[in-house]
Design a protein around this ligand. Structure first.
Ligand SMILES: CC(C)(COP(=O)(O)OP(=O)(O)OC[C@H]1O[C@@H](n2cnc3c(N)ncnc32)[C@H](O)[C@@H]1OP(=O)(O)O)[C@@H](O)C(=O)NCCC(=O)NCCS
Length: 224
């Protein structure tokens, strides 16, 4: 849908892209993203968490960027879902099946999802769950293009009232703000307590404030 001339090709991702998405997230997001960085994932945990994230591809709302000049290598992803998307797992059983840091991370995601549900008063929203570039492609404007294309699609789709994202990396916040999202809540993760163990897992971490960003989505089409 977003095919265009040039070096980078953008399209919606499907479950067929799962292996490439897992590799990209495990070797970039899980190393560079500030929360993952604090948790200092092992290789096994990186792949476990990336596999969890890849389940959201099944909602068919995620976007990928591909390098035309490098065998159409996947170089960036924006993993999105509708607020009511259910990855079809029993969360308690799933958490038992993964390593400690992976459990912490998934519980952080669940905590944030609950905060967002409260903030949006259980509205039907579009959520950007994971935004990541392959590090070899950082700073080239590709992440910004992924969100721009998503913004265009959202305006035309008329399916959602709101677009919600979470940023902990300052450049990710900047990208969201360029698309018109605004920070509605700042969370100091040094005070965060793990829901199961009560541990303040980020108490001594150098971690930026986490922001929940929201934008009202206005359809560009008439409602007739
Ligand atoms: C976040 C991420 C996807 C951004 O990718 P990127 O390739 O740097 O993004 P782009 O080049 O498209 O855009 C970066 C923008 O952020 C700006 N920026 C860079 N560093 C910044 C900073 N410290 N504070 C604010 N803005 C910053 C750039 O100037 C650019 O904006 P501009 O075009 O208006 O000048 C990438 O850094 C990444 O994959 N990080 C690891 C995973 C992660 O942290 N994901 C976000 C989780 S919240």
């Amino acid at each position: 849908m977003f095919a265009e001339k040039g070096e980078i090709f953008y399209r919606f991702l499907t479950v067929e892209d799962k292996d490439d998405v897992i590799n990209l997230l495990a070797n970039n997001f899980c190393i560079e993203e500030p929360i993952c960085k604090c948790l200092n994932f092992s290789e096994k945990e990186r792949y476990e968490y990336a596999t969890y994230a890849s389940m959201f591809l099944a909602d068919n709302r995620s976007m990928g960027a591909f390098d035309v000049n490098n065998s159409e290598k996947l170089c960036g992803v924006m993993i999105n879902s509708a607020s009511d998307f259910d990855p079809g797992i029993n969360m308690e059983d799933y958490l038992q099946s993964v390593s400690k840091n992976t459990q912490y991370s998934i519980r952080v995601d669940n905590f944030l999802h609950k905060r967002i549900k409260e903030l949006t008063k259980d509205g039907h929203f579009f959520a950007c769950n994971w935004l990541s570039m392959d590090a070899a492609y950082f700073g080239k404007g590709i992440a910004k293009n992924l969100t721009l294309r998503t913004n265009e699609w959202l305006k035309n789709s008329r399916q959602f009232d709101m677009w919600v994202g979470v940023s902990v990396a300052p450049n990710a916040k900047h990208i969201g703000e360029k698309d018109g999202l605004k920070s509605v809540l700042e969370i100091n993760m040094s005070e965060y307590q793990d829901e199961k163990t009560g541990e303040r897992i980020f108490a001594n971490a150098q971690i930026p404030l986490l922001h929940i960003l929201i934008k009202a989505v206005k359809s560009t089409k008439s409602n007739l």
